[in-house]
Design a protein around this ligand. Structure first.
Ligand code: BES
Ligand code: MN
Ligand code: ZN
Length: 495
């Protein structure tokens, strides 16, 4: 899909479809008014018949509207004018793009981008329109033997209220495209099944990205990791026939001596639970257990695409977690790269076992901050549902930075406490710590475990178990938290 921005009245624009909003009840937006006036009150007449009253997300397609240059007019319900905020704006854009895509139009002009949205400028509106449009049209059908026929919709112009908005619009367009493209990569990787998306596949993808976008990529093999003493990570990989990989990617956009931001992504390409085997129902979803890795990889692409003047390092420990004669057993004690020993009481708490060694490895970069991203706990899905990403941090300024980035990106996180009191749940009779802390506060004790490996720098942890994918009949990868991470980096890069 191609996007562009424009400033032009809707009644005079030659386009296959002009998309204009209608507030509840039957209140025309400015663009709708312009068409209404040019057409001799055609829209008012249609609305009077009761075909659309302006409920959020409702759509009505009109052909042959008199005296206007467009072939079709799509009316989109915006809900109550006083309640038209960020969520409503996104919902309206999504409904509009889906409806346009069902028509035969190859191109359309979206006038929703000129509507005022509380606390947001044209840059935000354009960015969100691009991200939401691309998300609405996303499909993963590359593994079906016959793809659905491609829809004709190819170009979308986003209309701005005035020429004064053009500069902001351009900024938003660039960001929106980079974020949407990165989200698509994250979704594709998340949706790819475990028999194709293996640790080696992720490493190949990283190398490809590196070549295409000028990122430095290094892949550590099992022997390298043995030398480094990554006993915790390697203990998880033991149960699999797929070789583990440790991917290191670098975007060198800053000065040589600038301390980098380090992003760490959990890359379990399939999580069966290991010897602590998961129940069979919905186990297929555990192919998404590399969504942290996918979002970090995708964010690196966006950082390169946006040429962020910043040094960013991505660390991705990746392997499978399967039951096997060689796999970790409950009670096994492993030695992490940090030297701390861990009693593996539950082999299904494997994410923290691979992340802890990556966190220790991160020390060598003398990071400005480290953010790990992981589908870490089912408890997080219970606590926050599929709406907010769980956020825990050993530094409040960093936590706030991430919370704010999530607000701006409309990819929000919610902070949970990382108090020392929770550490007690990780006590082990036989090792320095256990890898589980029981059912109470499962998301927090997982983060408490990780915090023991992140003492040397500012660190935050994003638990994306609930937000990285949708379950149910529309199940699939969401591409989150790519928007949050990109905005976090944009903030670090000075805006
Ligand atoms: N990958 C899972 C977490 C998960 C569960 C993500 C459900 C999305 C949906 C993780 O490796 C895991 O199995 N965690 C366990 C930890 C427990 C054994 C302490 C969990 O959450 O049940
Ligand atoms: Mn697990
Ligand atoms: Zn897992």
């Amino acid at each position: 899909m191609e996007f562009s921005i424009k400033v032009a009245g809707p009644e005079k624009q030659k386009t296959a479809c002009a998309v204009v909003g209608v507030f509840d009840t039957r209140k025309l937006s400015d663009a709708a008014k312009a068409i209404d006036q040019a057409s001799g009150s055609h829209l008012s007449a249609v609305l009077k018949h009761g075909d659309l009253d302006g409920k959020l997300g409702a759509t009505l397609l009109l052909h042959k509207v008199p005296n206007v240059a467009c072939e079709r007019v799509l009316l989109v319900g915006l809900g109550k004018a006083g309640e038209f905020h960020d969520k409503q704006y996104r919902d309206a854009v999504r409904a509009a793009v889906k409806a346009v895509n069902e028509t035969g139009a190859a191109e359309a002009m979206l006038y929703l981008t000129e509507l005022p949205v509380r606390r947001h400028d044209a840059a935000w509106k354009v960015e969100q329109a691009v991200v939401v449009a691309r998300d609405a049209l996303y499909r993963f059908d590359q593994l079906k033997s016959k793809q659905d026929a491609a829809r004709p919709l190819r170009r979308l112009s986003l209309n701005l209220a005035g020429r004064g908005d053009l500069k902001a619009g351009e900024l938003g367009l660039g960001r929106g495209k980079a974020i949407a493209e990165a989200m698509q990569l994250a979704k594709d990787l998340g949706n790819m099944p475990g028999n194709i998306c293996t640790p080696s596949h992720l490493a190949d993808q990283a190398r490809k990205l590196g070549k295409r976008h000028g990122l430095a990529v290094q892949v550590l093999e099992r022997a390298d990791m043995e030398k480094l003493g990554m006993g915790s990570f390697l203990s998880v990989a033991k149960g699999s026939r797929q070789p583990p990989k440790f991917i290191v990617m670098q975007h060198k956009g800053g000065n040589k001596k600038d301390k980098p931001v380090v992003l760490v992504g959990k890359g379990i390409t399939f999580d069966a639970g290991g010897i602590s085997l998961k129940p069979a129902g919905e186990m297929d979803e555990m192919k998404y257990d590399m969504s942290g890795a996918a979002s970090v990889l995708a964010t690196m692409q966006a950082a390169a695409e946006l040429k962020l003047p910043l040094n960013v390092v991505a660390l991705i420990p990746t392997c499978e977690n399967l039951p096997d004669g060689a796999a970790n057993k409950p009670g096994d004690i492993v030695t992490s790269m940090s030297g701390q020993t861990i009693e593996v009481l539950n082999t299904d708490a494997e994410g923290r076992l691979i992340l802890c060694d990556a966190l220790t490895y991160a020390e060598r970069f003398e990071p400005a901050a480290v953010v790990d991203v992981a589908t870490l706990t089912g408890a997080c899905v219970i606590a926050l549902g599929h709406v907010a990403t769980g956020l825990l941090a050993n530094n409040d300024a960093l936590a706030h930075e991430l919370l704010r980035a999530g607000e701006t990106a409309y990819d929000r996180a919610w902070q949970m406490p990382l108090w020392d009191d929770y550490q007690e749940q990780l006590k082990s009779n036989f090792a320095d710590m256990a890898n589980i802390g029981g059912r109470p506060g499962g998301t927090i004790t997982a983060a408490a475990f990780l915090s023991r490996f992140a003492e040397k720098y500012h660190w935050a942890h994003l638990d994306i178990a609930g937000t990285a994918w949708r379950s149910g009949k529309d199940k699939g990868s969401t591409g989150r938290p790519v928007p949050l991470l990109v905005h976090f980096l944009l903030g670090r890069a000075g805006g």
